[in-house]
Structures are given as structure tokens and as C-alpha cells.
Design a protein around this ligand. Structure first.
Ligand code: UP6
Length: 270
């Protein structure tokens, strides 16, 4: 089927978080999301300040930060405005509706109050969407379902993936897309007509220099994943390495390198 530009999709998208993400991608010529998986507050904020100009989206795991306090979120929101990116807390909710609504709204992290996008495993069934939507939809947030995973031996395949896409289709007002490895438009449909599907696909497991890690992660290049219909590349250690210390100059260079690789892969499809 026909390839549609980010720009055209931004104009049509009814969900405010999805629309804002698509508009940011176009404005910044960046389909790069950096996953900031570091445990110290200073490193966390430094990396975001450096990569900010090159990304459409910053992905967080706030529960790994050792010295977490509310000022981190204030600063993250300032950086989001200053550098023009959205925020995605990669919380991977997976419980009953009532519990996920509490985990999303409350606790130390109050994710719904600052994260434009979050995600959930479809394993509990549609009630997980109802629970998260009761909190996030009034705030204009968007949800991604984990339809596939990047890891070796992932169980999220076949009919599990198809059921995830059907769940999303039934809750289009809040579910804006997937964490997956390829386009999910038309997946699990009886007809070949995919015109109503415009799911965003955000793809982790992206690296230019490595094929994987020692714990089951698998990497493909920006070009490979864009060709398979992904919209946003998620890169973590490819940008800031695995070491205990962060090399500012190298982080900047890698961010621009991945931004440019992601964008030229997109332009080839136009
Ligand atoms: N992530 C994956 N694979 C998935 C889903 N999520 O790697 O299927 C997340 C990880 C990590 C990031 O939780 O934050 O994406 C990938 O980091 P990396 O680029 O350093 O491997």
C-alpha cells in the first residue's frame, strides 16, 4: 500500500499526543527517540540536554534513577520545552485495570502528569486499556501496546501480536500504536483494506555498531527497521555506550549520527 509522509499523517491524526509527535518529527527532521537508561540524576539530565536538539522523543525508565526526586521531572519538562521533544515513560504496565490506573496516576512518579506517551503489555486483555485510558485520555495522553519485542525468544508473536492489534483497533481514541518491529497496519484483519489503520510503530533494538548484547537484546539498523514500516527508532546504549562515565562529545556525535541515519532511511521511502 501507499507510503504516507509523517506530515500528512500529522494533519489527520485525532489523538493529541500522536499528532504532536508526528509534528515534532517533521519540524526537527528527526525520527530518533533516545532511551536514557542511566541510574544517576546528573547523567540522566546531562544526556537529555545534549541529545535534546536531535530527537523527537525522550524515553525514560524513571524507576531506575537512584536519587529520584520531583525536581528531575521539573527539569525534564523544561528541557522538553527548550529542545522541543515529547516524553515517553517506558513503564510497560501489565496489571489489572484498577492497579494500572493507580500506578499511572499516583505513587512517587505520577507518570500521567508528565509523560505524553506510555506503554502497556496487552497480556491482561482490553481492561488494561480501560484502566489507563481513565487516567490518560482526559489529559490528552497516548498509549502504545507492546505487540512485539526485540529480544531473542520473545513470546509476543503470531496470534498474540494479532490480538494486540485488534485491541488497539477497538480503542483508537487512546491507543496510538505499538512497540513492534514492523508495520502493524492491517495485522489481524480479515480484509485487505488497511485504510483505517494509522498506527505509530516505535522500535527498540536499533544499533549501527552491534548485533546484540549478552542478555538477549537484538539490534537492527535504522534502514532495516524503517523499510519494515517502523516510524520511530529507539536507541539507548548506541548513543551513550555502556560505560560508567558519559563522554559528552561522543554522545552529541552519536545522536546526530542516528538522527541522520533515521531520517535518510525515511527519505528513501518517500
Ligand atoms: N525495549 C527493548 N525492546 C523491547 C521493548 N523495550 O529494548 O522490545 C527498551 C529497553 C531499553 C531500550 O527497556 O530501555 O528499549 C533499548 O535500549 P538499548 O538500545 O540500550 O538496547
Amino acid at each position: 500500500d501507499k507510503f504516507t509522509s509523517y506530515e500528512e499523517r500529522a494533519k489527520r491524526h485525532p489523538n493529541p499526543a500522536a499528532k504532536a509527535l508526528l509534528e515534532t518529527i517533521v519540524r526537527k527532521k528527526s525520527n530518533l527517540c533516545v532511551s536514557v537508561d542511566v541510574t544517576g540524576k546528573a547523567d540522566f539530565l546531562n544526556i537529555i540536554d545534549i541529545v535534546g536538539p536531535y530527537v523527537c522523543l525522550i524515553k525514560t525508565h524513571v524507576d531506575i534513577i537512584e536519587d529520584f526526586d520531583a525536581s528531575i521531572i521539573d527539569r525534564l519538562q523544561e528541557l522538553s520545552k527548550q529542545h522541543d521533544f515529547l516524553i515517553f515513560e517506558d513503564r510497560k504496565f501489565a496489571d489489572i485495570g484498577n492497579t494500572v490506573a493507580l500506578q499511572y496516576s499516583s505513587g512517587v512518579h505520577k507518570i500521567a502528569s508528565w509523560s505524553h506517551i506510555t506503554n502497556a503489555h496487552p497480556v491482561p486483555g482490553p481492561s488494561i486499556i480501560t484502566g489507563l485510558s481513565s487516567v490518560g485520555k482526559p489529559l490528552g495522553r497516548g498509549l502504545l501496546l507492546l505487540a512485539e519485542m526485540s529480544t531473542k525468544g520473545s513470546l509476543a508473536t503470531g496470534s498474540y501480536t494479532e490480538e494486540a492489534v485488534k485491541m488497539a483497533r477497538a480503542h483508537r481514541d487512546f491507543v496510538i500504536g505499538f512497540i513492534a518491529q514492523r508495520s502493524m497496519n492491517g495485522v489481524g484483519k480479515d480484509t485487505a483494506d488497511t485504510t483505517d489503520d494509522d498506527f505509530l510503530v516505535l522500535t527498540p533494538g536499533v544499533g549501527l555498531d552491534s548485533k546484540g548484547d549478552a542478555m538477549g537484546q537484538q539490534y537492527r539498523t535504522p534502514e532495516e527497521v524503517l523499510r519494515d514500516g517502523c516510524d520511530v527508532i529507539i536507541v539507548g546504549r548506541g548513543i551513550y555506550g555502556k560505560g560508567p562515565s558519559v563522554d559528552i562529545q561522543s554522545v552529541r556525535e552519536q545522536a546526530e549520527r542516528y538522527r541522520s541515519a533515521g531520517w535518510s532511511a525515511y527519505e528513501k521511502l518517500l
